[in-house]
Design a binder for this molecule. Structure first.
Ligand code: 1GP
Length: 249
């Protein structure tokens, strides 16, 4: 029998949202970090108040490197959620996986092909699958949009994001991720978050190009319950990350 109950990691995110109004996730790109650097960063971002670690990148990574990074992050006791670009993004050492479909991809592989190939591994590794609709937004779609062959939703067409989100909700997904792409010049506009929030009841995750507390706050005020940052902690400073988390809580 398949266990369809909501798992511990999703419950943890829900508790964080209940307690703080919002959860913050830190993205770790295994291509850009060594295991010791990942361990140190994990300890710092945990102290800064992040709720969980997301691990994934858009280009291929060696499974050995991925496993080592996941294990290094786990020493901080942060829950680790995989954010896979493909089947190779799965690690048996993680706690959960965003089991995602890139709904605005023009390539069926990213809609259901990779998911079919990855599903048996998710089961074998006993990863908690968290069903998620992934939508690539904007002009700068970065590596995720390129690799995933997305037909990006323009920043000024929030109604398009909303109808995809509604379809995802009707398909049984519980999270929708509005992704501007790592390092994007402009983050997802709060107005798009607002329109998606009005249309569906799923948890809204927003990420890509969020660098300042006021940016993050306006996205949360518009209705996002989860904020993802990667570059800010990797490249800038954990102090900045702390300011962002303080602003949204
Ligand atoms: C990418 O949304 C994430 O998937 C994080 O983006 O690196 O720009 O924070 P940044």
């Amino acid at each position: 029998m398949v266990d369809l109950r909501i798992g511990d990691v999703e419950n943890h995110l829900e508790n964080e949202i209940k307690e703080h109004g919002v959860a913050h996730l830190t993205l770790f790109d295994p291509e850009k970090l060594t295991p010791p650097a990942a361990r140190q960063l994990a300890l710092q971002v945990k102290k800064a108040g992040t709720s969980a670690a997301m691990v994934g990148g858009s280009t291929a990574t060696s499974i050995y490197q991925l496993d080592a990074i996941v294990k290094a992050i786990k020493t901080s006791r942060l829950p680790v959620i995989l954010f896979p670009n493909d089947v190779a993004g799965l690690s048996q050492h993680a706690d959960a996986v965003f089991f995602m479909s890139l709904l605005n991809s023009i390539n069926p592989y990213y809609l259901s092909g990779a998911q079919a190939l990855g599903a048996p591994l998710v089961k074998r590794y006993r990863l908690e699958p968290i069903p998620l609709a992934y939508l690539i937004i904007g002009e700068h779609t970065g590596a995720a949009g390129f690799v995933g062959m997305a037909n990006p939703i323009p920043y000024d067409k929030p109604e398009l994001a909303a109808i995809y989100a509604l379809a995802a909700e009707y398909l049984g997904m519980r999270f929708v991720y509005l992704e501007a792409g790592s390092g994007a010049k402009h983050s997802v506009p709060p107005d798009m978050v607002r329109v998606v929030k009005k249309t569906c009841r799923m948890r809204i995750i927003t990420g890509g190009g969020i660098r300042t507390p006021s940016q993050a706050k306006s996205i949360v005020d518009a209705g996002a319950q989860l904020i993802v940052t990667g570059t800010i902690a990797e490249k800038a400073s954990v102090r900045k990350l702390r300011q962002i988390i303080r602003a949204i809580r």
